[in-house]
Ligand binder design. Structure first.
Ligand SMILES: *Cc1c(COP(=O)(O)O)cnc(C)c1O
Length: 419
């Protein structure tokens, strides 16, 4: 009887949602009302340990005191002004980012928009820098299994047929080659190619980590052929992998990078950074965004960047990521359902022997644990970067209970206690 009252409360909101919201998401039946750290609460007061983190967005966890204070302070001073004027939060945020990627910044509101801006800048740069007019030079080589957003150009770049279906025609000028195969890129280069566009680690593609040396090889290839190297760091950036940007693991410098997700710690902001040489092609009137980098979101992002660019913060991300992977590897030795554990920093995937990720995610939220999947074979763990060791332990305990529930695949003699 007690349960029924709770159920009705969220159920009523869910019914209303379905009447007024477009059905673009297959949502879980949770109505979330507040959060603190790595825990969110639903309308019934039930707590959930959050290993989704808004899909790698809540980098400082929920309602971090300093982050909230920065937002409140800015909201009281100046919420928005047009990009016809200067304001200090935007300049400050650009300075903080440029300290780590020497170049210039264009601010926008999302990952897809940052990638659109990158595509436009690459095309404009190619047009500006050619001596002989070649209007057909605009092709960009992207990767199979990529995800760059849901606008038309980013759908065309990623090349996933199931995302494009029904929305044709796609913008021209993109081709896809297998990820983690530098030879495939080289074979695809034509006189029309202007850039190579990829994620340092494929996120939506299932946390695909390329072989060591791959990004450096792509960099050398781009240099040899005069191509721009564009990295989509929307998911891998902002400390997620234990470095501020994932490409830093390989000691290279791309020509363009895109950021969003974790950058604002929960406020909608995207950024496209380019080396100064390339950035020159964006002149007044060539590109714009009304909300792009407004005072509110920039103040929020400054407070995020100042925290997570600190070496101590980043090494903690690496440490917690290693710990998370170690604990998952321990589960793997005991549960046949776990095929592989992989990832870098706090971007971790668990491949399953059977396509039951949906069941695990469902069992997860029923028992107070938010999990994410990239396909029915792969769970993805992308918790707040501030995740604590005891929270990782708690998640592992719950995941183990869920795995035990999948009785047919449990090895005999499950362990008594975690080592
Ligand atoms: C999430 C994501 C995007 C799209 O970002 P939106 O803010 O949803 O437009 C683009 N690229 C990568 C790698 C992403 O993970």
């Amino acid at each position: 009887m007690r349960k029924r009252v709770d159920f009705t409360l969220s159920d009523r909101w869910i019914k209303q949602a379905d009447a007024v919201l477009m059905q673009t998401y297959a949502r879980f039946p949770l109505v979330l009302t507040r959060g603190v750290g790595a825990t969110v609460y639903d309308i019934n007061g039930k707590a959930y340990l959050d290993f989704v983190g808004g899909i790698a967005v809540n980098s400082l966890g929920h309602c971090d005191t300093q982050h909230v204070a920065a937002i409140v302070q800015q909201a009281k001073a100046l919420l928005h002004v047009s990009n016809l004027y200067y304001h200090i939060p935007q300049i400050t945020l650009a300075q903080r980012l440029i300290a780590h990627f020497p170049g210039k910044v264009f601010f926008c509101n999302s990952g897809a928009e940052a990638n659109e801006a990158a595509i436009k800048l690459a095309r404009k740069f190619a047009r500006d820098s050619q001596v002989i007019k070649r209007p057909d030079r605009f092709e960009i080589i992207a990767m199979q299994g990529a995800f760059h957003g849901r606008t038309l150009a980013t759908l065309a770049a990623a090349g996933r047929r199931q995302h494009q279906k029904g929305f044709e025609p796609m913008p021209r000028g993109f081709t896809q080659v297998p990820f983690d195969d530098c030879g495939a890129i080289e074979s695809a280069i034509t006189p029309k190619t202007i850039a190579v566009f990829l994620e340092p680690i494929q996120g939506e593609g299932g946390v695909r980590v390329p072989s060591p040396g791959y990004l450096s090889a792509v960099r050398r290839l781009c240099d040899r052929h005069g191509l721009l190297m564009i990295l989509d760091e929307v998911q891998t950036g902002m400390g997620r992998t234990g470095r501020l940007f994932a490409y830093q693991h390989e000691g290279i410098v791309p020509d363009i990078i895109t950021l969003a997700k974790g950058l604002g710690g929960g406020v909608p902001i995207g950024a496209m950074l380019a080396t100064s040489r390339v950035a020159e092609s964006f002149t007044p009137g060539t590109h714009a965004s009304t909300f792009g980098g407004n005072p509110l979101v920039c103040a929020a992002a400054v407070s995020v960047v100042e925290r997570l660019a600190k070496p101590a913060f980043l090494s903690r991300v690496k440490k917690m990521g290693d710990y998370l992977q170690k604990r998952l590897m321990q589960l793997k030795t005991r549960y046949r359902l776990i095929r592989e554990v992989r990832g870098v920093g706090l971007m971790v995937a668990v491949d399953l022997e059977r396509p039951v990720a949906s069941d695990l995610v469902k069992r997860g939220y029923e028992t107070g644990l938010l999990l994410n999947k990239t396909s029915n074979d792969t769970l993805r763990l992308i918790p707040p970067l501030t995740i604590q060791r005891i929270e990782i332990d708690a998640m592992i305990d719950r995941l183990e209970e869920i795995l035990q529930g999948q009785s047919d695949i449990t090895l005999e003699a499950p362990p008594q206690a975690a080592p």
